[in-house]
Write a protein that binds this ligand. Structure first.
Ligand code: GDP
Length: 297
C-alpha cells in the first residue's frame, strides 16, 4: 500500500535540520509529495493543482518553530487548507425545515444509496429533532424501490405515503404534500427515481417534481467510492435541478476521501452528511477534519 503523506513528508524533511523559515526549495519538494498523495486519494487533477498552489503560497516563508519539524509544519498547513477547502458556511447537518410541512427532495443515481439515506435522515429527524416525517417513493418504474422504502419506514417507525398504482411522480409528490399538510407533518421527503446513468428523461422527471414540490432542501446522494464520477454526477444534477447539498455514501469503504475535496471545489456545494454503512444509524454530519485526516493518511 501507499506510504501516507505524513511519512512521506517526514522523509523529505529528514535531511533538513535547520530551523527558521521554510525555503522555496523545501516547499517545492514537499508539494510534489502532496500532489501525489492528493491524486492517490482520487482528487481530480485541476483541484489538486489549485490546492497545491494555495498551500505553496502559504507555506513559503512560513516560520518553523523549535517545537515542530519542517515536515510537521507543512503537514499542518496542508491540513488547515484541506479543512478550509472542505468547509461550507454554517452547520452542514442543519436542514431547512421550518414552515411545515417542509419538502426535502432526494435525488441521485440508482444504487447510490438514495433510498437508504432517505430513511436514515428521516430517522435522524424523528429521533434527534422530534420531527414528524412522511416519506414517499416516486420511483414508479421500480415497484421494488417503493416497497423498499415502505419496509424501511416500518423498521424505523416512520410513515410512508401509501402506494397507489398508476400515478406519475408529480401526482405522488402532490399527494405527499396534501397528506403531509392534512396529517400535520413537519417534513415530507420525496425519494425520486434513480437511473443507472444521467439521462434527459430522469432530469425532466426530477425537474417536474421539483417544480411542484418547491423543496426547501434538494440533497444529492452520491456513492463516495466512485471518485471523479461522483463529481460529474453532482455537476450535472446541480446544473439541471439545483442542489442544496450532497450526501456522500459508502464512506465506510476504503476510499481515500478525495471525492469530497473535488466535490466541494468543483461544485461549490456543501457536503452535508456522510453514509457510513447499511444500518439505519450509519449516517453522520459531514466533518471536514475527518476527511482531511483521511486524505493525509
Ligand atoms: P438507491 O438505488 O440509490 O436507492 O440505493 P439503495 O438505498 O437501495 O442502496 C443500495 C445499497 O447500498 C444497499 O444495499 C444499501 O444498504 C447500501 N448502502 C447505502 N448507503 C450505504 C453506506 O453508506 N455504506 C454502505 N456500506 N452501504 C450503503
Amino acid at each position: 500500500m501507499f506510504e501516507n503523506l505524513s511519512e512521506r513528508l517526514s522523509g523529505v524533511f529528514d535531511r533538513l535540520t535547520k530551523q527558521g523559515a521554510l525555503s522555496e526549495d523545501d516547499v517545492r519538494t514537499a508539494m510534489r509529495e502532496v500532489r501525489v498523495a492528493l491524486l492517490e486519494a482520487d482528487v481530480s487533477l485541476p483541484v489538486a493543482r489549485d490546492f497545491v498552489k494555495a498551500v505553496t503560497a502559504k507555506a513559503t516563508g512560513a516560520a518553523v518553530t523549535k517545537s515542530v519539524t519542517p515536515g510537521q509544519q507543512v503537514i499542518k498547513i496542508v491540513h488547515d487548507e484541506l479543512i478550509n477547502t472542505l468547509s461550507g458556511e454554517g452547520d452542514p447537518g442543519e436542514l431547512k425545515i421550518d414552515n411545515p410541512p417542509a419538502p426535502i427532495l432526494m435525488v441521485g443515481l440508482q444504487g447510490s444509496g438514495k433510498t437508504t439515506t432517505t430513511a436514515k435522515l428521516a430517522k435522524r429527524l424523528t429521533e434527534r429533532e422530534g420531527k414528524r416525517v412522511l416519506m414517499a417513493s416516486l420511483d414508479v418504474n421500480r415497484p421494488a424501490a417503493m416497497e423498499q422504502l415502505a419496509i424501511l419506514g416500518t423498521q424505523i417507525g416512520v410513515q410512508t405515503l401509501p402506494i397507489v398504482k398508476g400515478e406519475t411522480p408529480v401526482q405522488i409528490a402532490k399527494r405527499a404534500k396534501q397528506q403531509a399538510t392534512l396529517g400535520g407533518f413537519d417534513v415530507y421527503m420525496l425519494d425520486t427515481a434513480g437511473r443507472l446513468s444521467i439521462d434527459e428523461q430522469l432530469m425532466a422527471e426530477v425537474e417536474a417534481v421539483r417544480d411542484v414540490a418547491n423543496p426547501r432542501e434538494t440533497l444529492l446522494v452520491v456513492d463516495g467510492l466512485t471518485g471523479q464520477d461522483a463529481v460529474h454526477t453532482a455537476e450535472n444534477f446541480d446544473g439541471q435541478i439545483g442542489i442544496t447539498g450532497v450526501v456522500l455514501t459508502r464512506m465506510d469503504g476504503d476510499g481515500r476521501g478525495g471525492a469530497a475535496l473535488s466535490m466541494r471545489a468543483i461544485t461549490g456545494k456543501p457536503i452535508r452528511f456522510v453514509g457510513l454503512g447499511e444500518k439505519m444509524d450509519a449516517i453522520e454530519t459531514f466533518e471536514p477534519s475527518r476527511i482531511a485526516d483521511r486524505i493525509l493518511g
